[in-house]
Design a protein around this ligand. Structure first.
Ligand SMILES: Nc1nc2c(ncn2[C@@H]2O[C@H](COP(=O)(O)OP(=O)(O)O)[C@@H](O)[C@H]2O)c(=O)[nH]1
Ligand SMILES: [Mg+2]
Length: 445
């Protein structure tokens, strides 16, 4: 049982319409009533009721609301009081100071959620869903974190563990009544059941690819020789003048990055220095960077000037990018086209904004590469993936050794596998890992 009461500002600091200060712990109502005076003196503070009143700020008061959530029906599972006050830098800070002066302790980052986890209000993976929801930058990230937060992974893990519990009791019965024939049959049954579990985990792990796309976004290098319109293309895609565009060769030297959300996914475009032979020291550093960006990217947009004959540099660039996932772009399609190319390409005009939406759709489809980002549960968390990968190794070990091993040894392996899965939900997670997870939360959550 946690004894102390903690407090934190739950809204970001800065000017805002309202601010929220949250207090949790078994004495929170007691503390809160010492610093809040309802406008209606006869009102009774009841759970889940917003009460208007003056919040004590020391030298003055702020007119705001207080709401009380009674344990265990609260986020943390403890008594919680929330003050809704005016936003800005001072009011919330003064509420904190007042609470501290009464003996409340300042919460650590993620401490409310950690308490929720300790008090059984949510599993560890659900808590990770909470932080992912807060950190989400795109719709697809939000969808994935929302499933996690709602306990979809917890449910799958619990079901797998229930199957394992059934298997373990089957073994138990068999150990109590040992008979060779029965043992053999039991082992065959278990093998089938474990195979089913193996299938389910593998199915889940298949979503890892989508998960990476959702979590990391897609890095797209825009490369080509100078003056083909790479920076213009970046600007056209972003819909704003992010990179400098001139008719002077070697204008772009450093990498210019801009991101967009398209169909719920994040795409990071990296505009690079034009590749050419030059004696300019700075430009050469830029070209080196361009090659690195090209190497690290998920997709390459190789830009060519469609209004001019291809030269040796273009051909070198075509060759340099041929092993990457790439789209060849013939830019400047507003001008008469001269280029003859045997490879698949798309025509655009970065300057006149022609076929830019079509290009975005093409990039999206290439990035997705047939995978479905609408599955109801997608693994986006590296910790979960790592645990499931270790679990698969354990399953495979059980499957290969089950017929030769005595049943009690099999039972031990299955128990170990069960515990491995429990690391996802927090049932068997090491304390250091738990602390690390919650320390990444923001203050006030
Ligand atoms: N006509 C035409 N000119 C373009 C187009 N895109 C870029 N340009 C021009 O080509 C020159 C080089 O453009 P820039 O984007 O700086 O090329 P970068 O060196 O590849 O980044 C500038 O004068 C642009 O205005 C286009 O689609 N059509
Ligand atoms: Mg440029």
């Amino acid at each position: 049982m946690i004894d102390d009461t903690i407090v934190a500002i739950s809204t970001p600091s800065g000017k805002s319409g309202i601010g929220v200060v949250r207090m949790s712990g078994k004495n929170s109502l007691n503390f809160a009533t010492k610093m809040f005076c309802p406008l209606n003196k006869n009102i009774e503070i009841k759970p889940n009721l917003m009460v208007l009143g003056n919040i004590d700020l020391g030298s003055t008061t702020d007119l705001g609301f207080m709401v009380y959530f009674k344990a265990p029906k609260s986020y943390t599972g403890e008594d919680i009081v929330e003050f809704q006050c005016h936003g800005g830098l001072v009011v919330t800070q003064k509420i904190i100071e007042k609470a501290l002066s009464l003996g409340v302790r300042l919460a650590e980052p993620g401490e409310f959620s950690k308490r929720a986890f300790i008090n059984g209000k949510m599993s560890l993976d659900q808590a990770e869903g909470v932080i992912d929801t807060i950190n989400a930058e795109t719709e697809s990230e939000l969808k994935a974190s929302s499933s996690l937060q709602k306990g979809k992974l917890t449910k799958v893990v619990n079901e797998l563990q229930n199957d394992l519990t059934d298997i373990m009791s089957e073994i138990e019965v068999n150990l109590d009544y040992p008979e060779h024939d029965i043992e053999y049959k039991t082992k065959e049954n278990i093998k089938q059941e474990i195979l089913e579990i193996n299938k389910k985990i593998k199915h889940l792990l298949k979503t890892e690819k989508q998960g990476k796309l959702i979590k990391n976004g897609v890095d797209i290098a825009i490369v080509g020789k100078t003056n083909v319109g790479k920076s213009s293309l970046l600007n056209a895609i972003l819909g704003q003048e992010q990179a400098i565009v001139t008719e002077i060769e070697g204008t772009t030297r450093d990498v210019v990055v801009g991101s967009i959300e398209y169909n719920g996914l994040k795409f990071n475009f990296l505009d690079t220095a034009g590749i050419r032979k030059t004696d300019d020291k700075v430009e050469n550093i830029g070209i080196k960077k361009a090659k690195q960006v090209l190497k690290d990217s998920d997709i390459v947009l190789l830009v060519l000037d469609g209004s001019k004959e291809l030269d040796l540099q273009d051909k070198e660039n075509l060759d340099m990018t041929k092993n990457k996932k790439r789209i060849i772009i013939l830019n400047k399609c507003d001008l008469p086209s001269i280029v003859n190319l045997n490879e698949e390409y798309v025509k655009v005009s970065a300057k006149k904004n022609i076929f830019i939406d079509e290009l975005k759709e093409k990039i999206y489809n290439l990035a997705l590469d047939g995978c479905n980002t609408n599955e109801s549960l997608i693994l986006t968390n590296a910790r979960h993936i790592e645990i499931l990968n270790s679990a698969i190794l354990m399953v495979e070990k059980i499957l290969t050794s089950i017929i030769d091993l005595p049943l009690d040894c099999v039972a031990l392996d299955i128990r170990e596998f069960y515990e491995k899965l429990g690391e996802i939900t927090g049932e068997t997670t090491n304390e250091k890992v738990i602390d690390k997870i919650f320390s990444k939360f923001c203050l006030g959550k």
